[in-house]
Write a protein that binds this ligand. Structure first.
Ligand SMILES: Nc1ncnc2c1ncn2[C@@H]1O[C@H](COP(=O)(O)OP(=O)(O)OP(=O)(O)O)[C@@H](O)[C@H]1O
Length: 301
């Protein structure tokens, strides 16, 4: 299990990470999601030991991880802004990284390069953004890491390649019990992929939860009633947000849908009532809205 325990970091007088706790299990895909500039990349760079925290610890299987740990050699980080040495090709990087990672597999490298149709002898500097990301991913998976940190990895990938990417990732995680932490804004895709989610805002993980538990907590409903609906709170539910489109209301709730429906029926004649599937994007907006993020309305006048 990978754990971050009470981690704090200041860049001069800017408190970028505030008492971070993160827990990711073996064989788990952990989605690290959050507002722009909230500290996701900075947190990943602490886990991989690019940055040193002011206070707090990082553990893998209860062993403290620092830049001298033997276990850090089984961590692999694919960064957001990819950098490759001048003149390098994927093959030359593979030959170099073979010296750093003891489990680097030539067989997996060839198989994945072929699967993603990456030319291993082409200079990386001449590749497109999406091709570079695929090349970086091929290299990362070939290293057979125990902990894989992926920062905005699907950014710039077309829909077909994204699907291939998720496919490989899921199979590799299942087969080799890798712990994956993936920072991304692609919430619709993470929704289908992640076992657990950490929602970050302004340097804090404001919520960490198994995906299934998150989805039990927040609900979406659509309904239509005779007359104008007025928001109300009940003892077993809270209406987080409601909007009216045509004659139908869409509401996000916390708590019991049944109690909300009962409270509607007590006050109105209910014409339509349906519970809708909830997705990570909706949960994200609700949780960050609760933290006061993105709640303001734009007035064009
Ligand atoms: N080396 C640094 N020195 C000072 N401030 C930094 C440094 N690196 C990052 N920051 C600041 O720390 C904050 C967090 O940045 P970070 O890149 O971790 O955010 P992020 O969550 O990955 O954002 P995004 O989703 O926009 O990529 C930002 O305000 C950024 O300006």
């Amino acid at each position: 299990m990978l754990q971050v325990h009470s981690l704090n970091k200041n860049f001069r007088d800017f408190r970028v990470l505030k008492d971070i706790y993160l827990n990711a299990e073996k064989g788990q895909i952990y989605g690290l999601v959050g507002s722009n500039g909230c500290g996701k990349t900075t947190l990943l760079k602490h886990i991989i030991q690019v940055y040193r925290q002011d206070t707090g610890e990082i553990y893998l299987d209860e062993e403290v991880i620092d830049e001298n740990s033997e276990k850090i050699k089984s961590f692999y980080y694919v960064q957001d802004d990819l950098f490759f040495p001048q003149g390098s090709t994927l093959k030359s990087l593979f030959d170099y990284e073979r010296l750093l990672y003891s489990d680097m597999s030539g067989e997996k490298f060839s198989k994945l390069a072929e699967f993603f149709n990456v030319d291993v002898n082409k200079r990386l500097s001449t590749m497109s953004k999406g091709q570079k990301r695929q090349a970086a991913f091929v290299l990362a998976m070939s290293a057979n890491p125990k902990v894989l940190l992926l920062d905005e990895i699907v950014d710039g990938l077309d829909a077909v390649v994204r699907r291939k990417f998720w496919n490989v990732l899921i199979k590799e995680v299942m087969e080799n019990e890798i712990t994956v932490i993936i920072s991304s804004h692609a919430l619709k895709e993470l929704d289908n992929i992640c076992d657990k989610v950490g929602i970050m805002h302004e340097g804090e993980i404001i919520r960490e939860e198994e995906m299934d538990t998150l989805k039990e907590d927040i609900k979406r409903v659509q309904f239509a009633v005779e007359g104008e609906f007025q928001e109300t709170a009940g003892s077993a539910f809270t209406v987080v947000k409601s909007v009216k489109i045509g004659s139908v209301y869409f509401a996000t709730l916390r708590g019991s849908v049944e109690d909300f429906k009962r409270s509607l029926e007590e006050r109105y004649q209910v014409l339509i009532f349906d519970e809708l599937p909830i997705n990570l994007e909706e949960i994200f907006i609700t949780e960050l809205g609760g933290a006061g993020y993105g709640t303001e309305e734009y007035d064009a006048q």
